[in-house]
Each structure stands twice: as C-alpha cells, then as structure tokens.
Design a protein around this ligand. Structure first.
Ligand SMILES: [Zn+2]
Length: 296
C-alpha cells in the first residue's frame, strides 16, 4: 500500500464503506443484532434493514467509525500514516496532514492506537531478549544526578522473541519481583533461553526448561556468539526516536497506548497486509470515548 494507491482505492466514502463491508462480513452482510443473513440494502441511506428483526444498521454500526463526524477517507489516511510511519506520527503532524483541528487529530490518533492493543498475546518462546529502559520526561534543576534524571521518566520493560514478536509494558520498579513477573507474564514456561544484561534483578530467572544467559554491558561486552540483546536494543531505538521525534508531549498516562502502537508496527513489520489487518482490528475494536480518554 502507498498513499497514491490508497487515494485511488479509498478516495470516496462509498469505496471506504465497500472495503469495510467486505472485511466485516466476508460471508455476506449479517444483522449485528440477530445474526440473520436475510437483510435488505437501503442504498440511498447506506443502510441495511434486517428482514428478521427489522433492525436498521450500517456497516459502521457498532464499530469505532460509528457516529464519526470525520470523512472515512480521512480515517483511512490517518490509519495509513500511523501504520506506515516507522516512528509513529504526532497529533500535530496529523492535524496538518488531514486539515482538522488539533483536538480531532489527537482523539483520532488515540482511537486508532487503542484499537491496536493485542488482547490475547500469544506466549513468546525460543530465544528471548529482555531489557528495561527509561523514556519521556526531562531532568529539571539540580544537575544530572541519576536520581534527578530518572524522576520524571517512566520505566518500560521489553521482551522480544528472536524473529518474532515484542511485548512492552510500563513498569513501576526494576526490582526482581517486577521483572520476573513481567517475564513470566509473556514468556512460554518452556522458553529455551532468556538473555539479559548483568542487572541483578534478572538473576534466578532460569529453571529446568529455561537457560539464562547474561551479556555484561558494564564490562563492555555486547556480543558473545549468539548471546546479545541487539533485537531489544533496536526496539529501544525505535521507541526513543518516536518519543523524541513524534510525541513531544508524551505523557506517562498515555505511554501504554504508545507502546501498543509500537508493538503492533514491530510485530507486523513483515506483514504485507498490515493496512488491511489494521482495518479489521478497527472494525472489531471497542470505541474509545473522548471523556474516558481524558479521564484515564
Ligand atoms: Zn436482525
């Protein structure tokens, strides 16, 4: 997919509705209320009428696009920009590109991002790299002492399967209990190998099925044969570039949503149908109400 193709294929409301209909009901239109397939199309209102229960609905009913005041083609461009930009895209950039208000752009980005959340992530296995990093915030006053530097930052833990998916979480501490719980929450119990740096909180993560290899960054050791954390380091550089380049006002409260977006893009890095698959996720996603977003 590229932007020109996108405009050709989805440049009108009708074309957007067409693809949404295909993706939502691949086996033919089906009533969302009673699941009957006996439905009549009311062409001029873009609606359907269920012959069984008389419910009238559109392809947008019950989806994230329901009640939207924004043209569907703008939604499509926004989705395209979010999934295709390596570093993500800021609400300000979205505002300029779509010609909408900042508030509309900001809300739109958040709704699309919320739909990218993986509800039932499959356990990671094989060789896993685990690390933690600090993002966001700025050191304020008092020099660059470590405590001061970290005060306004959030901690993110990451675990990545070599050749597979990444999972990211905001964590509150980097102690043993937190990091072990994070790893156990995402790794298959029979994972072959977990690679971390020398941070002591990772000690004891090995068991009968799982080996633990340590790469000692403090001693300037970065690669020992297959033992390295380059994959998760790459994820951190993507995260840092997107925080620096796109999300100037990245607040701790929305960090989880940004992490979900990064995960979705990273985990679909080789997926040629990423745009289509993102549309499918959006159709199936719960709507994110503006009031819930700002209250969160
Ligand atoms: Zn019905």
């Amino acid at each position: 997919m590229n932007l020109v193709k996108l405009m050709d294929e989805f440049g009108t409301d009708d074309k957007c509705r067409g693809i949404l209909e295909e993706l939502r009901w691949p086996d033919g239109v089906c009533c969302p209320r009673c699941e009957s397939k006996k439905v009549s199309r009311i062409k001029k209102r873009d609606q359907f009428d269920c012959d069984e229960c008389r419910y009238q609905f559109s392809v947008l009913s019950g989806t994230i696009f329901h009640d939207t005041h924004l043209a569907l083609k703008k939604w499509f461009v926004a989705i395209y920009l979010i999934v295709e930009s390596k570093k993500g895209i800021s609400a300000n950039q979205m505002k300029r590109t779509l010609g909408v208000s900042y508030k509309t752009a900001w809300y739109l980005c958040h709704r699309i991002r919320a739909a990218m959340t993986e509800m039932n992530p499959k356990p990671l296995e094989g060789t896993l790299e685990v690390d933690e990093t600090y993002v966001g915030g700025k050191a304020t006053g008092g020099g660059l002492g470590k405590g001061n530097y970290l005060k306004n930052k959030s901690i993110v833990a990451g675990i990545v399967e070599r050749g597979g998916d990444v999972r990211l979480s905001k964590i509150s501490k980097t102690d043993r209990r937190t990091l072990h719980a994070f790893i156990k929450g995402f790794a298959h119990p029979k994972t072959k190998l977990i690679i971390t740096d020398e941070w002591q909180a990772y000690r004891g993560i090995a068991d009968a099925d799982t080996e633990h290899a340590v790469i000692n960054h403090k001693r300037k050791e970065y690669v020992r044969g297959d033992i390295h954390t380059n994959t998760i380091d790459n994820v951190w550089s993507l995260l840092k570039r997107s925080v620096a380049g796109s999300y100037h006002k990245l607040s701790a409260k929305h960090l989880d949503a940004y992490l979900d977006e990064l995960e979705w893009r990273f985990n679909n890095r080789a997926n040629p149908y990423l745009f289509r698959d993102t549309l499918i996720k959006l159709i199936g996603a719960l709507n994110l109400e503006y009031k819930d977003l700002i209250a969160a």
